[in-house]
Design a protein around this ligand. Structure first.
Ligand code: IMP
Ligand code: MG
Length: 175
């Protein structure tokens, strides 16, 4: 069996924690006096969301969704399947979607529409990583941790065949 190897460290845990503090403070400022619902997209966003939420000083609740793309052609089809739906009523609420990475933008474009259709009064997107070279749909991302090159990224929640999520840093897959 072909073994994938991982490359050098691209982003350290220290850098991620510093960024979580910076963005958490920004969200706190942006929604002063308001209540927010933070929605993490399973499973990749879990580590980043945990870091982020500790730095948000607002009344807030959290929820999670699990989604997957339909088949191999989905990057263009834009169809996203919901595997785990919200447990929270977001009608009239401010939703901050937390993702691990925005690549084509298809997932978040779909989710933004979904949250709006469920009555969210505002939907903001916060991603640990942005891979702009992969973009296929035009989507505005409000809070971006780091911009990365068009590599296959793993670590800090991001996986390859469900592995490497536990790495405490961001790296990429080699060959
Ligand atoms: P999008 O709909 O193409 O923006 O895809 C976003 C989802 O694809 C992310 O939530 C990740 O689960 C996955 N993904 C995209 N690029 C990578 C990568 O480089 N490494 C690991 N997962 C990725
Ligand atoms: Mg994901």
């Amino acid at each position: 069996m072909h073994e994938n190897t991982i490359g050098t460290v691209m982003i350290t845990q220290e850098e991620i924690l510093r960024k979580a503090k910076e963005i958490g403070q920004q969200i706190t400022e942006d929604f002063q006096g308001e209540e927010i619902v933070m929605v993490g997209i399973l499973r990749g966003a879990v580590l980043w969301m945990a870091d982020l939420m500790k730095n948000v000083e607002l009344d807030m609740t959290i929820d999670f969704m699990a989604v997957s793309s339909y088949g191999a052609a989905t990057k263009t089809s834009g169809v996203v399947k919901i595997n785990k739906d919200l447990d929270t009523d977001i009608d009239g609420k401010i939703v901050i979607v937390v993702e691990d990475i925005v690549d084509s933008g298809v997932t978040l474009n779909y989710l933004k529409g979904y949250f709006t259709s469920r009555g969210a009064k505002e939907v903001r997107i916060c991603t640990l990583l942005d891979k702009p070279d992969g973009r296929r749909v035009d989507i505005h991302v409000d809070y971006i941790g780091f911009t990365v090159d068009d590599l296959f990224i793993v670590g800090y929640g991001l996986d390859f065949n469900q592995k490497y999520r536990n790495l405490p840093y961001i790296t990429y897959l080699e060959g």
